[in-house]
Design a protein around this ligand. Structure first.
Ligand SMILES: Cc1ncc(COP(=O)(O)O)c(C=O)c1O
Length: 449
């Protein structure tokens, strides 16, 4: 293999990185991750790191899964590619659609495949428009989303997302409206979390009434905002959102790109929060991150309407339902069904509560929160007032680098530290992870003072 300095120099010369300040990155050189094993990644010529983020929220079964590798290899021999256009299918895509439908809430029985979460959200906009056209209500076009939500990086999905820094860099799609997020800590409110949850959900109703219900097509939200900072809505939030969507005939889209396939301890977060979405968006963990695959689960009422159109649905991707990706997904879902979902619920989520929540006692931490198998820490200068450190994101970056020093991959979103560890850890592994997080906080505190 090429040596480290060669890789760093050539990377700077030829590789444009996603979500990176490229000039800044080129100055100090990228980190090169050369291999991985179990829950660990290894930097070339460098550190062994416990991957507290499961890659990019996708390698939920860690990096060593020979059965997924074997399924990929076998599929490459049997049928490396065929498309699903022009009235064709192949065994793996049909098997996968069947398995996903069986795991999903009962009323979702059709699957449309894409290569990513972004494409899945783009596809949903197309389907939502087709749905309302089929019902002869073509005026229903507006989609309501949330500030600081993340739904992907294509123009359509980034328009659905509520990331200000992204919106500054392109012209957004019309007809997408954003309401405040259910971020109790960030709101610094006198309301209790439960009261705040209702108030935040009521923002949806306010927006529907402002736009006119006859113009509103759908509401989209992540069950827990991931990239926005693991923002866990108060327990009252989702049931009120469901009620509002039902009352105004608005379709509900739950973007489970992070939370689908077990992260809450249920197959889908919609089951965890007891909502009845019209669409569930998935990607990432469906193949354990080993192949690119995303898609949309569609409810019976929506698929019935879509099927009532006499013309074809003029939408799809060359690699929709790619056989190799589907084979990887089938193997992944097989492994997940061998006790991992129950393990998240019965062992990992309780262990995270036990070991992660006490991090709130650290002087840098304004709030420690977790749900299922994700966690977040809010870094503050002053616990009582929740005052942040100067220079938004600086404390987070310092803590992220300190975390690498301590041997742990934690991600920083502004001044919020987040984790989504792989399900292959055991409770002792969760304890070790939080001990590293504590060390990271100590190191960061020294630099921040
Ligand atoms: C909730 C959510 N939706 C959509 C996406 C976009 O998925 P992809 O990066 O596969 O396009 C992401 C990616 O992180 C996500 O977290």
């Amino acid at each position: 293999m090429k040596d480290l300095q060669w890789l760093i120099a050539q990377d700077a010369a030829h590789h444009l990185h996603p979500f990176s300040n490229q000039a800044e990155l080129n100055k100090h050189g990228t980190r090169v991750i050369s291999h991985a094993e179990g829950a660990y990644i290894f930097e070339k010529d460098g550190r062994k790191l416990l991957d507290g983020m499961s890659g990019l929220w996708c390698c939920n079964l860690g990096y060593t899964q020979p059965r997924i590798n074997a399924a990929i290899a076998k599929q490459l021999e049997e049928l490396p590619f065929y498309n699903t256009f022009f009235q064709c299918t192949h065994p793996r895509v049909t098997e996968l659609a069947t398995v996903i439908s069986a795991r999903a809430p009962e009323h979702l029985n059709k699957v449309f495949f894409t290569n990513s979460g972004s494409e899945a959200n783009d596809s949903i906009i197309r389907m939502v428009h087709r749905y309302w056209d089929a019902l002869n209500k073509p005026k229903r076009k507006a989609i309501i989303a949330r500030v600081n939500g993340y739904h992907g990086s294509t123009i359509a999905s980034a328009s659905l997302g509520g990331m200000g820094a992204m919106h500054e860099q392109f012209e957004r799609l019309n007809g997408i409206h954003h309401i405040p997020q259910p971020y109790w800590f960030g709101a610094n409110t006198t309301l209790s979390p439960d009261e705040f949850g209702i108030a935040a959900a009521n923002e949806l109703e306010k927006k529907i009434l402002e736009l006119g219900p006859e113009n509103v097509a759908a509401f989209i939200g992540e069950p827990i905002q991931g990239a926005g900072g693991v923002i866990i809505p108060p327990d009252t939030y989702w049931s009120r959102i469901q009620e509002i969507c039902d009352n105004h005939g608005v379709l509900l889209i739950v973007d489970e790109v992070i939370f689908g396939f077990g992260r809450t301890g249920e197959w889908f977060a919609s089951q965890f929060y007891r909502v009845r979405p019209d669409f569930i968006v998935f990607a990432k963990a469906i193949t354990n991150g080993f192949q690119p695959l995303g898609g949309v689960l569609v409810s019976d009422r929506v698929s019935d309407a879509l099927l009532s159109h006499t013309q074809e649905f003029t939408h799809g991707f060359t690699y929709s339902g790619h056989p190799v990706a589907c084979a990887a997904a089938l193997a992944t879902l097989d492994i997940l069904s061998e006790g991992y979902i129950d393990k998240v619920k019965a062992e990992l989520a309780p262990a995270l509560e036990k070991y992660w929540l006490p991090l709130a006692e650290h002087p840098l931490v304004g709030e420690a929160r977790c749900k299922g198998f994700v966690g977040a820490l809010e870094l503050v200068k002053d616990k009582a007032s929740r005052e942040r450190f100067p220079g938004k994101g600086r404390a987070g970056t310092i803590c992220r680098d300190a975390s690498l020093e301590a041997g742990l991959v934690m991600r920083a979103t502004g001044d919020t530290m987040i984790i989504a560890p792989p399900f292959i850890l055991d409770p002792q592994g969760v304890k070790d992870l939080t001990e590293k997080a504590w060390q990271a906080l100590d190191l960061a505190q020294r630099q921040l003072q």
